[in-house]
Design a protein around this ligand. Structure first.
Ligand SMILES: Nc1ncnc2c1ncn2[C@@H]1O[C@H](COP(=O)(O)OP(=O)(O)OP(=O)(O)O)[C@@H](O)[C@H]1O
Ligand SMILES: [Mg+2]
Length: 309
């Protein structure tokens, strides 16, 4: 890419104030003594401020790797990631610690990773407030507010072992919000709870997104939960292959929709074209079209792109 073009692109980006995250050609290679795994293979993505989206994909497709890079826990091997106008690779070690603590809140599948087992719910939230700049008394007040926001204030004096999995996750979400982050990252937060509880947690994420305007990215295996978010990104082999975007009319009316409504197709599905104009075709489409070789013909007929073998 020429220098002029890079400059021009940067100018456009800096003006685009509603973008929170931009990933350009993200590559992540894990090297062990025997093998090299390419967990992300040139992933491009833009996430706007206030979006509520899920990431889905098969096991090993790179979902957690992407979340860890966005959260500043892993560095990409190549490509760049810009969050809130700053390239994460420009951060010093100290700034990175602050970024992880202040800009991002994490919720993990395993509550041992979210909560200190020997602290009460209230103490867990207070302990997480190290970047909030609040005084001790203010911390307690805010921690109570967050526990009531996530619907678990009645368990404020319980330790995790005295709570159900769903209750622990409500505390974990309050912990993740402790420093008023711009971004909430949740890697399979409902993976260890039953489907009714996971439904309730998903509704809680939606409420927080709508009430606080916080950007939320959730990794899930559960398509039913994914369909309750505004955008569903499907990763295959370390790249985004398809996206489903909730139709505007449903987005506005979402809170009035019943579970039956959700069975309708309330999203529109798109294939994603990367910057080099590549589109990935799913196994299902190839099978249906009877394409099994590695060469296809591409033509344009009546303004439509046609792929034949
Ligand atoms: N620290 C690591 N060292 C070596 N390989 C890794 C490491 N982390 C992830 N990988 C590999 O990178 C690939 C992507 O892993 P990742 O954890 O991102 O997948 P995932 O989509 O989150 O899968 P799951 O649904 O099972 O959680 C996998 O092949 C995995 O084995
Ligand atoms: Mg994972």
């Amino acid at each position: 890419m020429s220098e002029e073009r890079i400059e021009a692109e940067n100018e456009i980006k800096s003006e685009d104030n509603d973008v929170l995250i931009e990933c350009d050609g993200l590559v992540k290679i894990f090297k062990t003594t025997e093998i090299e795994v390419m967990a992300l293979q040139g992933l491009d993505m833009v996430i706007k401020k206030g979006e509520f989206l899920t990431v889905i994909g098969k096991s090993g497709s790179g979902k957690s790797t992407l979340m860890n890079i966005i959260g500043g826990l892993e560095k990409p091997s190549a490509g760049r990631i810009i969050v809130d106008g700053r390239n994460l690779s420009d951060y010093t070690e100290k700034e990175m610690v602050e970024y992880r603590g202040k800009t991002v809140g994490f919720v993990w599948q395993n509550s041992n990773r979210n909560l200190y087992p020997y602290l009460t719910a209230l103490e867990n939230v207070e302990a997480a407030m190290c970047f909030s700049g609040r005084k001790k008394s203010e911390k307690k007040e805010r921690a109570m507010e967050l526990l009531s926001l996530t619907g678990i204030d009645h368990k404020k004096d319980s330790i995790p072992a005295q709570m159900s999995g769903g209750e622990q996750q409500r505390v974990a979400i309050a912990v993740a919000l402790a420093n008023d982050p711009k971004l909430l990252l949740a890697d399979e937060p409902t993976g260890a709870v039953d489907s009714k509880t996971s439904d309730m947690l998903q509704d809680l994420f939606r409420k927080l997104n709508r009430m606080l305007g916080i950007t939320i990215i959730i990794v899930t295996h559960d398509m039913k939960l994914a369909d309750k978010t505004d955008r569903v990104i499907m990763i295959s082999d370390g790249k985004i292959s398809t996206e489903k975007i909730m139709k505007e009319k449903y987005r506005q009316e979402f809170d009035k929709l019943s579970d039956d409504d959700l069975n309708f197709n309330i999203h529109e599905e798109y294939s994603v074209m990367d910057k080099a104009h590549r589109v990935q075709l799913s196994e299902d489409i190839l099978k249906e079209a009877g394409i099994d070789g590695n060469k296809v013909r591409i033509t344009v007929e009546d303004g439509k792109v046609v792929i034949t073998h």
